[in-house]
Structures are given as C-alpha cells and as structure tokens.
Design a protein around this ligand. Structure first.
Ligand code: UDX
Length: 439
C-alpha cells in the first residue's frame, strides 16, 4: 500500500493545518481548495488566515515537494493516487442549529468515483452530526462493495496554537470499523510519542465525543463566569476563587478563567448542534441551552455599568482593545467584540476599535456599523476615549502598565474583560478599574 500519500479536502483551519503537518512529518500531501483566490496564495505558501508558524511550515513543505495544492479533488487524486482522503470541509450551521453536510457529501461523492484495487479510506475530520460516519459508510459499502472505508477522526486543535496542537496532540480519536481504524492509526504513529493515547472506537462515539469535549469545556467557562457574576455582586475576587478551584485535582486547572464569554468557530456552533441533536432524538437539553444563552449575556457583562456611568452616549467615546475571539488569531467569529460593538453603537456611543491582527476581518463584518473609528495602534485607540474595554488578551495589551495608561488615556474607566491588567495599580493611579468577578 502506498500509504505515504494522502489528500486533504478543504484548506480551512483544520484541513490546512492537518495537511501541512502531515507533509512536515514526511507524507506526500495534496490539499484541495476550490476557492480560486485562496488557492493562488496557498500555492505561494501564504496562509489565508493568521496562525503562528503555519506559513513557515507550509513553505518548507512546498519547497521539499511534500505539499501541493489543487483546485479539485479529481486532479489531486489523479496525480497522487492516495489511499487516504481527509475530509476537512466546512459544515456550516443551518438556521435550525443543524450542521449542513452538503460539502461533506460532495467530497464523498468524488471519492466514490475513484477506481482502485486497493482499500481507500475517507477520513472525516470535519465536525459532523452524530450518525454521519455510519450513514456515509453505508453509502460507501453499497457503491464500492467494501473498497472505501469511512473513519471518523475528530480534530481538537485550537486556533493560535494549531500547529503544536496537531503535531503533539493530547490524544488522537479514531472511530469506525476496526481494520479501517488500524490503517488510519498508522499515519499518526510519529505524532503520538511518549505514550500519548490513541482512542479507537465506533464512529458514533467519536462524533459524540468531539461535541461532548466542546460542551464540557464551554460549560466550565460558563460555570466560572456564573460564579464571577456572584463574586462581582458580593465583593469577592474571582482570581482567588479560580485558584481555589484549579488547585482541586478533581476539578483541574484548565478552562476556568472568567471573562467575556467564549467565542470562536467551535464552542458556540457545537453547542447549538448538540441542542439540535437532542431535539431530534427527544433528549432534554436544558443544560446545554442555558450555556448557550448565558454565554450570549456574558459578552455584554459591562454594558449596564457603562450605561449607568456614561448616561450621555452621544458625548461618550468608548474604545475596544481587541476584536479577535482570542489572542494569536485574526478570527472574529462569535467574538464578544462583535456583540459589544453592536450594542454600544445601537445605544448611540462613539466607538473606537483596535486589534493587532483582526482589523481586516472586523471591518468586513462591521459594514452595518457606520462611523466606527478604526485605529492603527492601541495609543490611537485610547486617545479621547472616556472608557476602554479590554476584550482580547493580546500580550501587548497585558503589558499596558498604570504609567502607560496615564500617558495614553485621559478617560476615567478601564473595563478589563479578561482580568489581565494590574487592577490595584490602575486604581492607585486614579482610574476606575472594573474586571469580571472582582469587587
Ligand atoms: C476550541 C477547542 O478548544 C478545540 O479543542 C476545538 O478543536 C475547537 O474549539 P478554539 O475555539 O480555537 O478551540 O479556542 P479555545 O482556546 O478553546 O478558546 C475558546 C473560547 O473560550 C475563547 O473565546 C476563549 O477566550 C474562551 N475561554 C477559554 C475562556 O473564556 N476561558 C478559559 O478559561 C478558556
């Protein structure tokens, strides 16, 4: 079996990172991208989004002849004759919360048309609704008489640390028929050093496991944010409470930071997908529903206070430091910054914004918010504002000391949406400092 050749369909976060990392591990990889403009830049080794170290790794792969980009699956298959087809196309959310499988089905259809004497593996990296792997396997069985195997391989990488998450995963999950799972497992051997677990299971458990992981992480964030609200109301300090929780080994230390709620392309979408699936299967989903609505409210945590402190919106400029849903990415999907900018704008405030990487994406989204001020750096954004909200914890914002604020910011209120600024120093310097869950 020519098992060192594979293709990846879809050059989004998951597909491009997976393809590039497999190439850097020595596999010969073809990545299929049907957006002509995106394809041109990919061929030049330019990553279409901001992800640390990905462009460098892409260029290495291209120069070593291990990584190549194609406009369609057919030409990639003809040239590479792969045994593995990784499906990493988007599964956009439909209005009812279900995932749209149109692109996955198209990718499978192309794979079904491959004529080969050897077994072929269609590896589902896209996050798909529970039952998809099983359904696609039935179609494949019928159309190829057992030549094409469908294996679920959910991806757990995070934006901002995508390359290291892929190269050194905490675990790899594979779901499907045992022989097929074993064949795909071989591809991951070099990524799973030091006894990192490879979890082999059925396709339904792999699919549900991925949704469950995101639901579980999102629920921790919402729970700590729930505690933060009570901490704000009662005069507690959430940083100390976080430590009390994190040092209990039964609870664990990660995903327990209070803030303006979670954003991104996965948590919000997967929770809606989970709720939808519960509805389809007649399963009660009140916990997941609460997380979803609670998180939307959390994004607007400071709004009431701002309206109370600054009752004349037309005379008040508010600056937002950070627009991306988290640092080290230019992704603004479901970012708290969108809800905040929209809220302040609709309430009549003047809004200034700055983000080190996400200005382009934000501008494209914010066309309906006329007259926002787009700033080219943090100093510019702080100038003339009466209040500032730190939305994304970029390092350059974390480094803003009380002295720096004194020289750059003539306003009075500093709202720290990520609890990363030196609150006590800022108060001593005369500012009104408000964090999440801090008195
Ligand atoms: C997430 C999952 O972690 C990953 O496994 C999956 O493959 C995709 O979705 P990602 O969306 O890239 O990854 O970012 P992540 O670092 O998990 O953060 C998600 C959101 O939660 C961000 O908005 C972040 O600010 C927020 N968050 C995270 C908190 O508010 N508090 C925390 O303690 C951790």
């Amino acid at each position: 079996m020519d098992s060192d050749r594979l293709i990846v369909v879809g050059a989004g976060y998951v597909g491009l990172v997976a393809g590039t990392c497999f190439a850097s591990a020595g596999y010969k990889v073809g990545v299929v991208e049907n957006n002509a403009q995106k394809l041109l830049s990919l061929k030049e080794g330019i990553c279409p989004f901001y992800e640390p170290s990905l462009s460098e790794l892409m260029k290495e792969g291209i120069n070593a002849g291990k990584l190549k980009f194609y406009a369609d699956q057919k030409s990639a298959i003809q040239e590479l004759n792969p045994n593995f087809i990784f499906c990493a196309v988007g599964t956009p959310e439909s209005p009812d919360g279900s995932a749209n499988l149109k692109y996955v089905e198209e990718a499978l259809k192309e794979s079904l048309s491959i004529e080969t004497k050897e077994d072929l593996y269609f590896v589902l990296k896209s996050t798909v609704p529970v039952g998809t792997g099983k359904k696609l396997q039935e179609i494949a069985q019928e159309k190829t008489n057992g030549k094409l195997w469908v294996v679920n391989n959910p991806e757990f990488l995070r934006e901002g640390t995508a390359v290291s998450d892929f190269i050194r995963p905490e675990r790899v999950v594979l779901g499907g028929a045992p022989e097929a799972v074993n064949a795909v497992a071989k591809l991951y051997e070099s990524f799973l050093l030091n006894n990192r677990p490879l979890i082999k299971t059925d396709s339904t458990s792999a699919e549900l496991g991925k949704l469950a992981a995101n639901l579980m992480l999102a629920s921790r964030i919402s729970l700590v944010n729930q505690v933060a609200r009570l901490s704000s109301a009662t005069g507690g300090n959430i940083r100390a409470i976080e430590r009390i929780l994190q040092t209990d080994s039964r609870i664990g230390s990660k995903y327990l930071y209070a803030g303006l709620g979670f954003g991104g392309s996965c948590f919000p979408k997967d929770i809606k997908n989970f709720i939808h699936l519960c509805g389809v299967h007649g399963v009660e989903s009140s916990i997941a529903q609460s997380i979803d609505t609670f998180n939307d409210e959390q994004k607007l945590f400071f709004m009431k206070d701002i309206q109370k402190e600054f009752p004349n919106p037309k005379e008040t400029t508010i600056s937002l430091l950070g627009l991306a849903f988290k640092p080290d990415t230019d992704d603004i999907r479901e970012s708290p910054a969108l809800s905040i900018a929209e809220y302040l704008y609709n309430a009549g405030y003047k809004v200034k914004v700055y983000d080190p990487k996400a200005m382009g994406n934000f501008k494209a989204w914010a066309k309906h918010l006329k007259d926002l001020s787009y700033c080219s750096n943090a100093s510019d954004c702080l100038k003339d504002a009466k209040a500032v909200i730190l939305v994304t914890e970029w390092q350059e914002f974390q480094r803003l000391s009380a002295d720096k604020f004194k020289s750059l910011f003539k306003g009075s209120h500093i709202y720290d949406g990520k609890n990363v600024l030196a609150g006590e120093e800022l108060k001593k310097a005369g500012f009104t400092y408000k964090g999440i869950g801090q008195s």
